[in-house]
Design a protein around this ligand. Structure first.
Ligand SMILES: *Cc1c(COP(=O)(O)O)cnc(C)c1O
Length: 359
């Protein structure tokens, strides 16, 4: 069986050594030394000053909405993982879906202004498959209408734009370190916010609003990362550059073998240092995609319809009557993410491409 992705597992001895460290300290959670160490290492890796580790990427989105006091309507994309939009609803806000751009698969910045109403307080956009949104246009719109910007950067580990981490854009960027992501802590996530006051506030909110020995300053939640999860992150991080290179090799081999197959690709703009977290291909029509998908499954290869469905079509996310998002609704019918992970063999890619070319 060839899955769409495989979690990178570090050498067992590396994790064991970290476990011994935890046992010696006798400390399992509550901002332990491994969480502190991982925080520092990640800041160094991204070239940023501060970051808050959390228990998962969904809590990171929810805390971001809370920390920026967003209410009313939040403009978002229908072409993302369901957690982006459900976090908005979970926080008592209304997602307003704006269609995507056909070539970047990210929110179409040209359509954002038309969706703004007097109830709009923010924009929450996903850098889809790690491809940056049109951050400059979104910044201008946000300034003009005094809106906050959250980027769901769950796919963006290591992505740079003009030599700088993509995480520096927007008021807040969130990361997911779920087992299926390029860098992972089994379950985990992080919040990046340049504003020190907001970052400190998030640090308080993620531990029940508990301050010092016995003071509780406000309503918080439990979103802390444990030492066991941080230990995994500390073992994976030293390998992450190697993981990205291996994925790039896979992507380049796919590109070569699928050249001339009539498949659409996501356009990655110049100036973007990409991480090869996903390998999406866009078929000319739904029928061909489904035929290829079935042929792959019949051969034990598990591609994924990532993302499907278009979130504006889910009734519980569009209760106030969403307008259609024709581009997103068309892309979800035709897109397939092919297997890509550290350790995927060239011979596997050859087999996959043979089936795609001749389902
Ligand atoms: C994985 C993912 C999430 C959710 O992250 P978890 O860590 O699984 O909670 C949110 N948004 C996007 C775009 C994702 O891919």
């Amino acid at each position: 069986m060839i899955p769409v992705t495989k979690s990178y597992l570090p050498p067992f001895e590396d994790y064991q050594a970290r476990l011994e460290q935890i046992w010696r300290a006798g400390w399992l959670t509550n901002n332990g030394s491994l969480v502190k160490e991982l925080t520092g290492e990640l800041c160094k890796y991204f070239g940023i000053k501060q970051l808050e580790l959390v228990a998962n990427g969904t809590l990171a989105l929810q805390l971001a909405i809370k920390a920026l006091n967003l209410t009313g309507e939040i403009i978002t994309t229908p072409f993302t993982y369901v957690a982006t939009a459900t976090s908005i609803v979970w926080e008592g806000c209304t997602p307003v879906f704006v269609d995507i751009d056909e070539s970047s698969f990210c929110i179409n910045s040209e359509l954002i202004e038309k969706a703004i109403t007097e109830r709009t307080t923010g924009i929450m956009a996903t850098h889809v498959y790690g491809n940056p949104c049109d951050v400059e246009t979104i910044k201008k719109i946000a300034r003009k209408y005094s809106l906050k910007v959250i980027y769901d950067a769950a796919h963006c580990f290591g992505v740079k734009i003009d030599g700088q981490s993509i995480l520096l854009h927007g008021d807040i960027s969130t990361l997911s370190f779920h087992a299926t992501k390029l860098f992972h802590t089994a379950e985990g996530g992080a919040i990046v916010c340049r504003d020190e006051k907001i970052s400190k506030h998030i640090s308080l909110m993620k531990k029940f609003g508990h301050h010092g020995e016995d003071r509780y300053l406000e309503v918080g939640i439990n979103a802390k990362m444990s030492e066991l999860h941080a230990a995994m992150g500390l073992c994976v991080l030293p390998k992450v550059d190697e993981i990205i290179v291996s994925r790039r090799n896979c992507a380049e081999y796919y590109n070569k073998l699928l050249d001339g197959a009539g498949l659409g690709r996501q356009h990655i703009p110049a100036g973007v240092e990409y991480n090869y977290g996903y390998y999406p291909v866009l078929f000319p029509d739904h029928e061909r995609m489904m035929r290829v998908r079935q042929a792959l499954i019949d051969n034990g290869i598990m591609p994924r319809r990532y993302f499907y469905p278009s979130l504006n079509t889910l009734p519980f996310l569009s209760s106030h009557g969403q307008r259609p998002c024709p581009v997103s609704e068309s892309v979800v019918k035709r897109i397939l993410c092919l297997p890509i992970y550290f350790g995927l063999e060239h011979s596997d890619i050859e087999q996959i491409c043979k089936i795609i070319l001749n389902p």
